[in-house]
Design a protein around this ligand. Structure first.
Ligand SMILES: Cc1ncc(C[n+]2csc(CCOP(=O)(O)OP(=O)(O)O)c2C)c(N)n1
Length: 347
């Protein structure tokens, strides 16, 4: 597959998403998790805007369905890695909300002890083994984890979440190659939001579908609408089960769009550079949260009143976590270098 066609056209796919009534329980949970991610990122945006959060924050508002859909089929024994835009993956896998906000505020109670910030998240007990801002940097780490999983023979998988920009790094291609030839239980998840920093994929690559790289390495792939949690989870289920059955790697390309600028809290950071307000407006109609709610409402699975109740509960939860994180202590100065050098074990 070389081009995404309609999948990359924001004017398509704006009807309510299609849902399977038998899956109601998951769909309600998925909607609540997407709302939690959205509220959390909006809270982070406010903290950035007001100058309280000082680390660079890359928000994924608009992309929530991908993490939530994939996470449905992962468990704590799997080994998942993210990138610079990983708040959603961390939360979808069960990472602690208060520890996330504390990390972003540089507090000692943060998930990386306040030493890493937004781009260095970690929730090992939930299977999230870290995010790193070096573009494509965690892909080979996930491949290494997949190799370990193959030796362990417990049916777990390595997973790397990354963007379309990471496909321009050589290490992705080496990672695809070795995963294919060694039949590793490895899942590559591309959140193709069509932009890398300020540049449209059409100005960076000859074709806009990244799945062509999987095809070149003989790796099965799925290309889906990334703003529809139902189709994301079904595609993920297929690839992950295959990997667990020792049949080799899979590649999931989920097409989406970020509503905010590349980094920080502004919607319009890129407007006038490469993105137009019309394009952002069109993509907002393809909102993964609103469209899922409309489908649930239409199928009488959730009412407007229930939706508002979930929203209020989530807002309260985020607000409480923010207050706790704000009150938490800073790291101590004497720990400045504590996590920089590994112990040699000889001291
Ligand atoms: C090796 C490397 N090159 C460049 C950068 C600067 N940089 C940070 S994020 C980014 C864009 C990445 O785009 P993509 O992978 O599509 O992810 P997205 O930001 O769209 O989620 C770039 C170029 C970096 N962090 N690491």
């Amino acid at each position: 597959m070389l081009n995404l066609g309609d999948l990359a056209n924001p004017k398509k796919f704006i009807d309510p998403v299609h849902i399977d009534r038998a899956d109601s329980e998951f769909l309600i949970q998925a909607l609540c998790m997407m709302m939690l991610i959205r509220e959390t990122e909006q809270c982070i945006a406010e903290l950035v805007k007001s100058g309280i959060a000082n680390c660079p924050c890359h928000l994924a508002v608009g992309q929530e369905a991908i993490s939530v859909g994939v996470a449905r089929h992962l468990n704590k024994q799997d080994r998942v890695f993210g990138n610079h835009r990983s708040h959603a993956q961390y939360l979808a896998l069960g990472g602690d909300l208060e520890e996330l906000l504390a990390e972003i505020l540089g507090k000692v109670t943060g998930c990386s002890k306040g030493m890493g910030g937004s781009m260095h998240l970690y929730a090992g007990e939930q299977g999230f083994h870290g995010s790193v801002p070096i573009v494509a940097g965690t892909i080979p780490l996930a491949v290494g984890a997949a190799l370990a999983a193959k030796f362990d023979q417990q049916g777990s998988v390595g997973v790397a979440f990354f963007g379309d920009g990471a496909c321009e790094e050589g290490v992705l291609h080496e990672s695809l190659n070795i995963s294919s030839i060694m039949k590793l239980p490895m899942i590559f998840v591309v959140e193709n939001n069509l932009y890398s920093s300020h540049l449209d994929i059409q100005q960076r690559q000859p074709f806009d579908s990244t799945s062509r790289f999987a095809e070149a390495h003989g790796i099965p792939y799925e290309v889906v609408e990334g703003n529809d949690v139902g189709v994301v989870e079904k595609a993920a289920a297929k690839l992950i089960q295959r990997a667990r059955d020792n049949k080799g790697p899979g590649f999931l390309e989920a097409v989406t769009f970020r509503w905010l600028g590349h980094v920080g809290s502004n919607e319009d950071i890129d407007v006038g550079v490469r993105r137009s307000l019309e394009e952002i407006k069109a993509w907002k109609k393809r909102d993964p949260v609103q469209r899922l709610f409309l489908a649930l409402e239409k199928n009488e699975i959730m009412s407007q009143k229930e939706f508002q109740q979930h929203l209020q509960d989530i807002k309260k939860r985020v607000s409480q976590a923010k207050e706790n994180a704000l009150q938490a202590p800073w790291p101590k100065l004497e720990n400045l270098e504590s996590y920089v050098y590994a112990s040699t074990g000889s001291e």
